[in-house]
Structure formats: structure tokens, C-alpha cells
Design a binder for this molecule. Structure first.
Ligand code: ADP
Ligand code: UVW
Ligand code: MG
Length: 405
């Protein structure tokens, strides 16, 4: 019996999402999430799809990513799908920052671990969690190939004109300061799925992808290749996010240090963890913001308006970068679920050929779908992302190249 299963671990700053897939037929055997790691109110939700699919949930403190992974491994074992299974071919890991070195999925060895560790200063919320996931998985299955799939890889096709900041070249090169971009696995998957939804080859279409989750980023994809993206050296730049500011005048940092007396670490925490939606109105969850707006809450309204204003600026910018746009695709938690965000983001852009059909936009579905009027020049799509499937596909192609389909 050949091993055809891949376990995917997507270790985020405060969560671990996982899926077990059988690549022989692409079926999902189990999936789940451990949320709010490090808080008293952590929660695990495990769905054993191969065993009837009835979800199991439990709540209680999960101290760290190591404990979270052990809990995941126990849940899988309860369904006979444990990490000790001989059917497991590999474990695929999402790694957020791969710098310039990693343009492809990579089998993890000591040198790869060291490079991911070296990049911690430019992905402080993410790379440490990714590393813990890898190390715990390696300890549980030292014999299996562990593969890193990098968020940055899809963006390595950006031209220098988009990737370079306009700062002194020598300083930039010495410290490897440039735009790397993140959420690349999602941008790659969603831009391809959008082309498919349009019934066209990825090489033929230009797509603006709006990945709006807790972290949020936009990308301009020309013919299947990324030509610009909103996140930069770190996942802090660009759109307004759940807890991150996105774009601001860099002099804000000098001002807060010199005039506000804040330390660099304090400013880092402010911009990464206490800004964005949570900084503006106290909530980082768009559902809560929508509810508060419904009650006439002005802080929530302003937070929403600032979020939308930034989103609209990036739609305009990437429209100009691409010249011709075939589709705009909304994805991730907010993009897939928040109809008011989608409607507001394209409102008033009719002269660019952009519009949303109210009835189509209101439909809730897990399927990729168009929400623009039938005769729209530029299609607006909702395309659920599937980073885990993409990571599994890339992982399996690397460890079982002969069986690649
Ligand atoms: N039904 C919904 N309506 C509006 N927003 C939602 C809904 N469901 C999820 N979200 C938003 O999606 C966010 C999480 O998105 P997700 O892509 O899972 O993020 P991440 O992978 O970065 O943790 C939540 O913080 C919330 O704002
Ligand atoms: C890179 C990034 O922002 O990831 P996430 O959205 O998972 O926080
Ligand atoms: Mg995400």
C-alpha cells in the first residue's frame, strides 16, 4: 500500500488550522482548528469527515502551539487517523516568511529551519508559530518528509519596480529590505480558481485578489503571475486589518518615538496588535462591527469606513497597475462572508466597469460564485480560499513527483 495522505498544518499567530487529505482522490478525511491559543478560552473544533463528519468541540485553555498540536494529534488518533499512520506520505506546513531564498515548496532540513528562524524579525507574529508546528510534527514523525510551503513564494515574480522601496539601494540590499508579500498560497489558489470560474485559462486573465481575513492583503495577478501585492517587508503594510494598521506615513513611527516617548517594541506592538479595526473601535471581528453599526455605533461605523476607503484605494491602484482587469475576487473570512464589505468596496466604481448585484451578493454559499450583474465588464467574484488544499497539493507533488497528476 502506498502512502497517499498529507497532513497540512497552518499555524497562525493564535490558531492552528489543519486538514488531513488523501491525495489519491483529493478527498478530505479530517479538518479542524484550534483557536485562541494562549488564552483561557481556547477552543478546538475537529471534523472527522471520513467518519461521518460529526464535529467534536471542546473548550479550555491551550497554552501554546506545542500543546495545540498534541491535542490535534490526539483528536486524529481517536478516529484512527493518527500521525502514526503508515498511510501518511508527508506533513505540509504553511510558513509565512520565506524571504527571497524560497521560491518553491521545500523539504525541511536543518538549514531550512535555520533560515525560517533567521526571518523571525520580519514575521514576528507568524514564523515562530510555524517553527513550533514544524518542530512538534518532526518530533512526532521524524521519519516523514516535512515540507514548507511559503506565503512569500507566489510573489517572487513581482518586477523590481513593484518589489523595491524607494530607499538607498545599498542599505536596502544590506538588510534585505524589499516587498516580499504574504498570503501567496491563497492569492495563487484564488486567482487560478477565479480564472476557472470565468471558464478561461489563468494565463489569459488579469485578476485583483482581495484576501480579507484577520490579516488582509490585495494582489494584482497578470496572467497567473503576481505583479504587485500590498504587504511588504512584513505582513504589516497595506490594507487595514483586524489588529494591524496597514499603510501609514513612516514618520508616524519617528513621531511616536521622539514626541510620544514610545520604544520601538511598544510601537511594534501598537501597530501589529493594537491597531487596525481593534484599535479603531475595540473589535477586530467584522461580524461584531456589522452588528454594532446596525445599532448606530459611530466608532464601528468609522472603523468600517476607514477599512473600505483603504480597500477601494488598492482596487484603484491595482486596476491601474494591470491596465485591464477581468475580475476582482473576494476571499478569506471577511471577503467570503461579509456582503456589506463587498458592496461598499466597489460602490461608486461603475465607470471602471465594476458593480455588485445586491441579490447575488446576499447569497451565502461555500462555492465560488459571481456577484456582479450579468453584463458587467469586470466580474466580481467570491472565491473561498483553500490554503490547506493548495499546500497539500504542492507538498504531495514534491514528495511523490511520479504520482503528480
Ligand atoms: N459571517 C461573517 N461575517 C463577517 N465577517 C466574518 C464572518 N465570518 C468570519 N468573518 C471574519 O473573518 C475573520 C477571520 O478570517 P480568516 O480568513 O479565518 O482569518 P485568519 O486566517 O487570518 O485567521 C474574522 O475575524 C471575522 O472578521
Ligand atoms: C501573513 C498573514 O497576515 O497571515 P494571517 O492572515 O494568517 O495572519
Ligand atoms: Mg488566514
Amino acid at each position: 500500500m502506498s502512502a497517499t495522505r498529507v497532513l497540512v498544518l497552518n499555524s497562525g499567530s493564535s490558531s492552528v488550522k489543519y486538514q488531513l487529505l488523501d491525495m489519491a482522490d483529493g478527498s478530505r478525511l479530517a479538518m479542524g482548528i484550534v483557536e485562541r491559543i494562549g488564552e483561557e478560552t481556547s477552543r478546538l473544533r475537529h471534523t472527522p469527515l471520513a467518519r461521518g463528519g460529526e464535529a467534536r468541540e471542546w473548550a479550555g485553555p491551550v497554552a501554546d502551539h506545542d500543546s495545540a498540536l498534541k491535542a490535534v494529534s490526539e483528536e486524529l488518533a481517536r478516529d484512527g487517523l493518527g500521525l502514526d499512520s503508515p498511510e501518511l506520505a508527508a506533513i505540509g506546513h504553511r510558513v509565512v516568511h520565506g524571504g527571497k531564498a524560497f521560491t518553491e515548496p521545500t523539504v525541511i532540513d536543518d538549514a531550512v529551519l535555520a533560515e525560517i528562524e533567521r526571518l523571525i524579525p520580519v514575521a514576528p507574529l507568524h514564523n515562530p508559530a510555524n517553527l513550533t508546528g514544524i518542530r512538534t510534527a518532526m518530533a512526532l514523525r521524524p521519519d516523514l518528509p516535512q515540507v514548507a510551503v511559503f506565503d512569500t513564494a507566489f510573489h517572487t515574480t513581482m518586477p523590481e519596480s513593484a518589489a523595491r522601496y524607494a530607499i538607498d539601494v545599498e542599505t536596502a540590499d544590506e538588510h534585505r529590505v524589499r516587498r516580499y508579500g504574504f498570503h501567496g498560497t491563497s492569492h495563487a489558489y484564488v486567482s487560478r480558481a477565479t480564472a476557472e470560474l470565468l471558464g478561461r485559462a489563468p494565463e489569459e486573465v488579469n485578476v485583483i485578489v482581495l484576501h480579507l481575513g484577520n490579516g488582509a492583503s490585495a494582489s494584482a495577478v497578470r496572467g497567473g503571475r503576481c505583479v504587485d501585492t500590498s504587504m511588504g517587508l512584513t505582513p504589516l503594510e497595506g490594507l487595514v486589518m483586524g489588529t494591524r494598521s496597514g499603510d501609514l506615513d513612516p514618520a508616524v513611527i519617528f513621531h511616536l518615538a521622539r514626541v510620544g516617548g514610545m520604544s520601538i517594541d511598544e510601537i511594534d506592538t501598537l501597530l501589529n496588535k493594537k491597531s487596525g479595526l481593534v484599535g479603531l473601535c475595540g473589535d477586530n471581528d467584522m461580524r461584531e462591527i456589522e452588528r454594532r453599526i446596525g445599532e448606530g455605533d459611530e466608532a464601528a461605523r468609522l472603523a468600517f469606513d476607514i477599512y473600505i476607503h483603504r480597500l477601494k484605494k488598492y482596487i484603484g491602484a491595482y486596476y491601474a497597475v494591470l491596465g485591464t482587469v477581468d475580475a476582482i475576487a473576494f476571499t478569506a473570512g471577511v471577503g467570503e462572508n461579509a456582503a456589506p464589505v463587498r458592496a461598499a468596496a466597489v460602490a461608486g466604481l461603475e465607470t471602471l466597469g465594476l458593480a455588485v448585484d445586491g441579490a447575488l451578493n446576499a447569497v451565502r454559499s461555500d462555492e465560488p460564485r459571481l456577484i456582479s450583474p450579468e453584463d458587467a465588464r469586470v466580474k466580481v467574484a467570491v472565491v473561498p480560499t483553500d490554503e490547506e488544499l493548495e499546500i497539500a497539493t504542492q507538498t504531495y507533488a514534491l514528495v511523490r513527483p511520479a504520482e503528480k497528476t
